[in-house]
Ligand binder design. Structure first.
Ligand code: ACM
Length: 641
């Protein structure tokens, strides 16, 4: 590791301006004087009034990218610092992760050099350590199960079998199912003792499988005795869940025998509460190598989640290889100081990219399918499309005024244009390739956060609106999304989208599934309009939200804070009128990656809230118990450090 030559310290004071004030100090740790340079940093707390800065000249901003220069004649000798303040901010900082997430210098010779950053310090108030997120908890029954089963009436044993093995007469499929869950266990807990063996063991216990065709596919039952475990299942998913339950029981008993046991008598009868038990991952803001994606899917399977919603594109990058448009994953992923796309959150002096080849995608889809997890891909359109528009500039109306609208994240002119025929040709080809890669009946097309005012400065869009009698951005969005829905229907797929898909007239409720993210009420309104809904409200299920008010708690704050206790207790179905409950298809965790610059922050924010949502997705309301959950949650597997 090379020593750090430059470091940027950032402090935020609540009283320094309408939204507070940043004080930045750049330290020259190199052995040479520094002059004639520019400083760039990325931060979610954006500057909107460039005149409100002191001892620096604002040069430019693009979304979260900011660039400043020191005043003329500034020279920093080794060990010296340059301090400047920025107070024209668009919102106050709330957490330690609201400052500079990355920085670099551009030297007078044009070279870009890294600058180290730390989390944002709070000035003028004490930044208390955040409270403990998880109590010690309490167990009424000493079983390490997460999610907790629908029904359990089991007696804990004193010891536990050394392994579980397929009883004589098990089918090849059943033996394979054991091997698959054993492999899953080894991947998640490489140092753990195997819960299963394919060979019989005298100190072990046999599993007697019975397929019961009257049971629904995800349903299973386990009957325990001193001699054997009877496992009844509806289909392969139920069998996998039963084996996962056994692996969890044995892992807990072996890991912490004073706390957890393996049953010696009694039974578990289990079935999921919801059909859609999802987890989303935003791989655009930060790229996750395929090994990490596969591991997250392993973790979903361990918690009996069954949908992996893969958010593959956004303003920051288009990560899905589309062979008809190779620039999507060259120009459309590369961010760097001299690239068409400037650095964003976490990017610095070196260009960064990252995408999934079609071979990678096939491997991930196969990995997920083997664990009964369905991969639902998302391309986020028409908004959130900066990367696609950089990769394919012909998709923009050249006559549209630049910066004629900005998304809530600060990106200018970032929506695909509904008035350009090439937009539809592009999407037809993208969907053609997607249906070959993703067997899911669902394709998610985003539809969120199109800025009000989008397209109104595009002469092509204006003409189309006049011809079609369309008025306003959202009616035009509806026109566009209806065409998208037709494309999906023609390919035998269903449209999934974020709740704003219903704006401006929507797309028709038939075969459409919408995700209610802005708040819980939206989900009920959509159900009333006739849409099927999955509940993903930011206030409880967005895993990038900070887990406490405390400054030192990392994460976002636009939807408030979501303690693990709140996420656990939240009942998405709570306020649904009885007659609309059938429209609620399930719940989903969302992992937005703006703040996930390190695995440390990923693990801290995602766990244990992800298993909390898994329990909401699986366990009947009457069986939910926060203290029990808290006692078991420390066993959770995490993404590798
Ligand atoms: C979203 O959070 N924009 C779906």
């Amino acid at each position: 590791m090379l020593p750090v030559s430059y470091r940027l310290e950032s402090v935020w004071e609540p009283d320094g301006g309408p939204c507070g004030r940043f004080t930045f100090t750049l330290f020259n740790l190199s052995d040479r004087p520094l002059s004639g340079f520019r400083l760039a940093y990325t931060s979610l707390t954006r500057i909107v009034d460039p005149s409100a800065c002191d001892n620096a000249t604002f040069l430019r901003r693009n979304a979260n990218f900011h660039e400043f220069a020191p005043l003329a004649g500034t020279t920093l000798r080794p060990g010296e610092g340059w301090t400047f303040t920025v107070s024209g901010l668009h919102r106050p900082a709330k957490h330690c992760t609201d400052g500079a997430k990355s920085a670099y210098l551009t030297l007078s010779n044009g070279r870009h050099v890294p600058v180290a950053v730390s989390d944002l310090l709070l000035e003028g108030a004490m930044s208390e350590p955040p409270p403990v997120r998880l109590p010690e908890g309490r167990l009424d029954l000493p079983f390490a199960l997460q999610p907790w089963p629908a029904e359990i009436d089991a007696v804990p044993g004193d010891g536990f079998p050394v392994v579980l093995y397929p009883a004589t007469g098990s089918s090849a499929d059943e033996i394979n199912a054991i091997s698959n869950v054993l492999a899953l266990f080894h991947r998640l807990f490489p140092a753990g003792h195997a819960p299963f063996s394919l060979a019989a063991s005298k100190q072990g216990r046999g599993i007697v499988f019975t397929r019961k065709t009257h049971l629904a596919p995800e349903v299973y039952a386990l009957h325990f005795t001193n001699e054997e475990v009877r496992l009844d299942y509806g289909a392969s998913a139920g069998r996998q869940y039963a084996l996962t339950t056994l692996a969890q029981l044995l892992n807990g008993a072996r890991h912490e025998p004073s706390k957890f046991r393996f049953p010696v008598q009694g039974s578990i009868s289990d079935a999921p509460r919801y059909g859609w038990r999802g987890c989303h991952l935003d791989v655009s803001r930060q790229f996750y190598p395929t090994a990490d994606v596969a591991r997250l899917i392993d973790i979903l399977a361990w918690f009996k989640l069954n949908v992996f919603h893969w958010h593959l594109t956004d303003d920051e990058a288009w990560r899905l290889e589309i062979r008809a448009y190779p620039t999507l994953t060259t120009l459309g992923v590369l961010r760097g100081p001299d690239e068409p796309m400037l650095p964003q959150l976490g990017n610095g002096a070196d260009p960064v990219g990252g995408f999934y080849s079609q071979e990678d995608v096939k491997a991930i889809v196969a990995h997920a399918a083997a664990l009964n997890v369905e991969v639902v891909p998302e391309i986020d359109i028409p908004g959130h499309s900066t990367a696609a528009l950089i990769a394919l500039p012909e998709l923009a109306d050249g006559q549209e005024a630049p910066e004629s609208y900005h998304s809530v994240q600060g990106y200018p002119n970032n929506a695909l244009n509904p008035a350009i025929p090439l937009t539809y040709e592009f999407l037809e080809k993208v969907f053609d390739e997607m249906v070959g890669l993703f067997p899911s009946q669902y394709i998610h097309v985003g539809g969120d956060e199109v800025a009000d005012g989008s397209w109104l400065a595009s002469p092509l869009a204006r003409r189309l609106m006049e011809e079609e009698g369309i008025s306003g951005t959202f009616a035009l969005q509806s026109y566009f999304l209806k065409k998208v829905k037709q494309m999906l229907t023609a390919r035998g797929r269903k449209l999934v989208g974020w709740n704003e898909v219903a704006h401006g007239g929507g797309v028709g409720t038939e075969g459409t599934l919408l995700m209610a993210w802005e708040n819980p009420k939206v989900g009920i309104e959509l159900a009333r309009e006739g849409y099927d809904v999955v509940m993903t409200p930011g206030q409880a299920y967005y895993l990038d939200m900070a887990q406490a008010e405390a400054w030192q708690e990392p994460g976002a704050s636009w939807a408030g804070t979501a303690t693990p206790a709140h996420t656990y207790a939240y009942e998405a179905e709570g306020e649904f009128p009885e007659d609309l409950k059938g429209r609620m298809k399930g719940v989903q965790a969302c992992i937005w990656s703006e703040h996930f610059l390190s695995r440390g922050y990923f693990n801290r924010l995602v766990f244990p809230r992800l298993p909390a949502i898994a329990e909401a997705a699986w366990t009947p309301r009457s069986q939910k118990d926060w203290q029990r959950f808290a006692a078991i949650a420390p066993l959770t597997p995490i993404l590798r450090a």
